[in-house]
Design a protein around this ligand. Sequence first.
Ligand SMILES: Cc1cc2nc3c(=O)[nH]c(=O)nc-3n(C[C@H](O)[C@H](O)[C@H](O)COP(=O)(O)O)c2cc1C
Length: 306
Amino acid sequence: MNLKVQLGKLTLQNPVMVASGTFGYAREMAAMFDLSRLGAIIPKTVTMTPREGNKTPRTVETTAGLLNAIGLDNDGIDRFLIEKLSDLIQYGSPIIISIAVKSVEECDLFGEKLRGISGIAAIELNVSCPNVSGGTDFGTDPALCEKIVRRMRSVTDHFLIVKLTPNVTKIAEVAAAAARGGADAVSAINTCLGMSVDWRNRKPRLANVVGGLSGPAIKPIALRCVYQIYQAFRKNGVKIPIIGIGGIASAEDLLEFLVVGASAVQVGTANFYNPTVALQIIEQLPQILEENGIDDVNELVGTLKT
Ligand SMILES: Cc1cc2nc3c(=O)[nH]c(=O)nc-3n(C[C@H](O)[C@H](O)[C@H](O)COP(=O)(O)O)c2cc1C
């Protein structure tokens, strides 16, 4: 049974990664299971300078989902590289570092910081955080997206994934712009803008008022986004892979994403209520594939019949 996935020059032993912001810096999870079994680990997004994030409450549960407005709370790239990266590398899975930039110029600074640093398998450029001001600007305007990706591309040789927001009318156009800018892959989706209200005291439940919805509630939206991107890529001869994210909590969910066009996936919110879910998915995959007469997970990619 082949579970190995080749995303351009990035090789994954299986198509199951853990999504940024939902697996901490993996340190917290290392006691739960052997992290070297994962396809890849994507730690919390880092920014050039430390960020405190938004006021609390920052998370609230909703029907079949989680609403968050963390606001990219992180210690900044310098402390990440000194304090977190060496731990992450020792877990034995490829480490895809997630970064967010405030400006086109900041790409150059990231390029310098990351040059020559070993142990980074890829960079995921987060142009889709809904919880910081300006956080989605690069992900909602195709021209801006192309510009920022092109600049990042020019300052790094790392495999470059661009993480897209669903909070647009035509996600395929933004994905195409990322590809034109030189992305090696796109990942979709980040969270969907939403809010939660306590009507009795007329208050929003999040201090930030609005936040990003994730979890099983958004899986149909994410599937639709991956499908639309895949169709548009195919029509226009764009060959870069798509990484599916959104509400994935089982091997069946993963396989749905492959069929609509994803080559691999990331598991997010499910880690919070079942920290070993990614491993369970990896372990369930061979049997489900075998039962269905499939001996290579890659066979399924983009096989949707309409
Ligand atoms: C609490 C929380 C924090 C998140 N932080 C980040 C982040 O720092 N960077 C990022 O790219 N995505 C972040 N995300 C988005 C997830 O990586 C993922 O794209 C999204 O939650 C959809 O997948 P899911 O439904 O499986 O959670 C965060 C999600 C949650 C729930």
